[in-house]
Design a protein around this ligand. Sequence first.
Ligand SMILES: Nc1ncnc2c1ncn2[C@@H]1O[C@H](COP(=O)(O)OP(=O)(O)O)[C@@H](O)[C@H]1O
Ligand SMILES: [Mg+2]
Length: 413
Amino acid sequence: MPLTVVITRQIARYTRAGYRETQQALGELNGIIEETITGERVVQAFVREKTTVAQFAVTNQRLKKVALRTRIVTSFMGPMMNMVNNFGLAVVASAGGWLAVQSLATVGEIAAFVNYAGRLGRPLNMIAQLFTTIQSALAGAERFFELLDETPETDAADALALEHIRGHVRLRDVNFGYQAQVPVLKNVSLEAAPGETVALVGPTGAGKTTIANLLTRFYDIQSGQIEIDDRDVVTIKKEALRRKIGLVLQDNFLFAATVMENIRYGRLDASDEQVCAAARLANAEMFIHRLPHGYQTVLTERGNNLSQGQRQLLAIARAILADPEILILDEATSNVDTRTEKHLQEALLNLMKGRTSFVIAHRLSTIRDADQVLVINGGEIIERGTHESLLAQKGFYHNLYLSQFKGSATAAS
Ligand SMILES: Nc1ncnc2c1ncn2[C@@H]1O[C@H](COP(=O)(O)OP(=O)(O)O)[C@@H](O)[C@H]1O
Ligand SMILES: [Mg+2]
């Protein structure tokens, strides 16, 4: 019995590690498959088919190796246990034989003892073999529980729903980093009155999108305060908060569904007429009518059968339908040509009417009309004012204007 216990423990320790590694390799392999299928276009465009296959093969080989090794060790278990069992029987029989010769025990007693030893051994064997099966299940369960242990997004217990808001947004000394030790935003303070348009400009990586992420509470700040209508956003239910905020991004996600359904995603109970009205305001109706089945045209995955500008117009229609009090446009027009941009610009003006809007933009035309322009660099607001006052200041914005906008200034105006 002790021998069984010792051997089982040794093998189990080894197989546990093996199964864990197998699971990991399998996860990695699935990750590679998922990623390369999603990024198929990029793989083809950069002619990386062979390298991708090679990369797959390497991980696949690793999986094969660890899985095989673990299996082999596992399959040792049965024969090993048999051997231990038979060894035990041999010891009992020899010791019994010696006792019988010395007349210390009868042959009948020895025979019974050998029989009992065998009966004890078999169930022990089974338990030992079950043990390896359990190891494999545990290795799988570990990964599963890792996922289950992720804490879901929760609200504070006393968080409130928002009824009607005016859209007064204020950030006070906000400090934030995606990792606590790497600060991204430093002492950011800003205020937007209801209905105001605030343009956020600055070089790539300055922290503009991060501000948008904080307003929608995709992340929580490390210190400072974010307030909407003088209420700390931490005290507002996330769901209620996000209903009040509309988000139009550089590349918006469209579902493999009809145009109608994609726009209606903004507000599920909207009637067909309301959807069409939103599309009209978004300047999207014209191109929708040219689609083979109009509003009933089914988009392919991620809306791949539309142009970038058309996808953008649908996203704007979606936001118009959602009718949020606060609007965030994160480089919503930077991926389209100047002619489409004019179209988009009109649609955006319709969308921004009467809402507090945060516009993150590369294009001058969007910035010029903003009530406030905040220049962000390295996670700090380094200049603030209006387009004219900042130009007159001849600081960072002025330089940015000269290097970035000067060329497009004439095209946009
Ligand atoms: N999800 C993230 N995790 C970690 N770091 C991030 C993440 N998103 C952005 N960052 C970092 O934060 C900084 C600001 O990024 P971002 O706000 O996206 O810049 P931008 O002004 O171009 O929108 C960058 O240095 C970027 O590397
Ligand atoms: Mg950004």
